[in-house]
Design a protein around this ligand. Sequence first.
Ligand code: F6P
Length: 324
Amino acid sequence: MAIKTIGVLTSGGDAPGMNAAIRAVTRSGICNGFDVYGIYRGFEGLINGEIEHFTSESVSNIISRGGTILRTARSKSFMTPEGRKAAYEQMQKHGIDCLCVIGGNGSLTGAKIFAEEYNIPCIGLPGTIDNDLDGTDFTIGYDTTLNTIMQCVDKIRDTATSHERVFFVEVMGRDAGFLAQNSAIAAGAEAAIIPEEQTKEDQLAHYIGRGMRKSKSSSIVIVSESPKCGAMHYAKRLQKEYEGYDVRVSILGHLQRGGSPSARDRILASRLGVGAIQAIKEGQRNVMIGVKNNEIVYVPFSRAILGQKPMDKSLITVLDELSI
Ligand code: F6P
């Protein structure tokens, strides 16, 4: 059956550039003859019928805004068969025959289950600051967050240098170290402690072993968030196991997710939104639109959500060699 009506929603953690993606899906959808509906509060809003017909004006003046005009949620109800049934009924009620889901791993997992259960075409757009979706080089929001972290660390550097301190700066990323590793390179930090390297040698010992103490009077270590081994954990360990350091911790928290999206994120989101409509026209379903080597690609949901996106190991050498 030919698709006539597309619903667009944002789900999971907000990410800068989500608005640019909503705008792109809406306007490209309209340009290509589709009816577009905005669905508020992610899958939760779909279940509750929080659905609005979108015109080109509905997405005016939003490209520069962080967050998401559609709001977002991590819907518990959608994880249940009853919730998904209610969502399906709302789609039928509004005549929506295809869903564009802008979100991260959890959101695309939800989309995959829903698509399979009800035979609904779903298209995913990678919207997460974590950059952890497999099959795409970048996710919407990652670049802006990287820049935000870099700016924060630049400021922390002033205090670290003035007081000759060691700072452990904790950044987001869930189970992935892309934000930590790359912000460490961008901010000229002395080390990054990332989940991808956790099973190898002790990362704190590695950092100390590189002679940081001898060569520098202050340093900054970027630590990926972790319930057990976050910045606080390493700061305590450093004070206990090695003497003579003046140690501080800075947990950047949700400020990392806010702010006006970078040009790179706006362009990425715009390309992916147009790519999503193109994919629908081509009869694609249950794929995430990604960008690989600067080309738009279609990644099956099953691959995108694997949670095994590899970290380029050369980035570790780059940081190690440049932080002596
Ligand atoms: O997935 C985006 C993200 O910001 C992660 O980096 C972080 O672990 C999580 O969301 C935080 O979620 P919440 O905003 O629900 O605390």
